[in-house]
Design a protein around this ligand. Sequence first.
Ligand code: G6P
Length: 491
Amino acid sequence: MLAGPAREIARWTIDLTVDPTANVSADVTADLTVDLTVVANRLPVERLRNRWVVSPGGLVAALEPVMHERRAAWVGWPGGSASGLPSMSPRGIRLVPVPLGDDEVRDYYHGMSNGTLWPLFHDRIRLPTFHRHWWHCYQTVNDRFAGLAAQTAGPGGTVWVHDYQLALVPRRLRELRPDVRIGLFLHIPFPSPDLFAQLPWRAELLRGLLGADALGFQTRQDADHFRAAACSLAGAWRTRGGLVHGGRSIRVDALPIGIDTNNIVALARAEKTLEKMAEIRGLLEGRRLFLGVDRMDYTKGIRPRLRAFETLLQRRPDLAEHAVFLQVAVPSREMALNYASTRGEIEQLVGSINGRYARLGRVPVQYQYARLDIDELVAYYRAADIMVVTPPRDGMNLVALEFVTTRVRNLGVLILSEFAGAAQHLRQALLVNPYDVDGVADAYERALDMPESEQRRRMRALRTAAQRQDVHDWARRALDAITAPATGAAA
Ligand code: G6P
């Protein structure tokens, strides 16, 4: 589900007991007992064949503890039919499904969310498409989420909205329920105001967000971009803590998301991870392992990192025998614009590199288009020598944080794009510009030749930095920001 959130890679799956008696079409009437309502495009559960399972994903793992402490509900799309959906998650979170018709999935989800906002907010890595009927559908669907949230939240409760799919929910919800505190966290970047200004519905989208009491962003730059856009395009005014709009104060904070550090460390040390890691290292027969793990998405920079590997092999053809690049691409949004072509381009490049450099029993690029479960993922992290994370733009990038967290022996190298939010924190990575393919290849050489003493020095600092970004702290800080009274006089 979400970046991360919304986590990107297949993770914790816990079986849910299907509750066949759950009446999913029951009227959702204001629930006096709900203190915290999370509103996200997806519910924290998903249907796998004929059972409902907890969705793999960092957001779900992040929010469950804070939700468990409160009486909580989650409003979201079940990803298809809600039939057989239990009324509660295993941790006692009330599930409120938002139904979407096929046309709405096409126009609101694949269209406006992933064909317009996603590429626009990621610096137009692909051209966004602007269609007025997508926008109208986005409004309709956002209204529906807001309506169900309004019926679910208890009096004076807190409603926490997530991500770009639901930018209009805060304002709509405020009209329906002026008594609740409303926050929204944007898991993806907020673009520079010049790029954002291309959106034909820019002022309405900003006014939608400005309906919140508190807005959270991944980085200071995202928060600055938002403030600048809100002032120039929606008539907001700056204050010390954020903005004033329509006579109300709105907090604007940079609140970088993190990972479930303790859980990742425990997995990294688990016996079965060590066994799996030994198995992987055995298969490598002494070759150095470069690793990339991402959702299959053009924002992740899979192609430039493979082109850099090709450049490395051109420079040092002997490495075809001594190094392997394993790229795992997790299937994602296969129906949205540009996703199938991105996959095609990557697969073609893998074929062309291997066509040129493979020898019997020695294939330099190993590619998997598959979901990984968390145990396997952590074993790959531990087995790798060099982790490659090269998005041309990314809100945070949790893979980079997870990788360093698993490096309990302080060895290994992280190569990280300077355009990922994580680069603000992981300063001891080898930071690269993914548009500079030769520069990325230089970083590969540097990583291959890096002495263990330098690896240790860097990795220790990286692990300390990642440890400061615990997702449970993030959730608590974000909730505090939503519930704290707004401060700051107009600047
Ligand atoms: C990103 C977004 C999330 C989204 C996730 C998976 O991390 O920020 O909001 O949930 O990708 O994408 P999907 O479209 O499958 O929900």
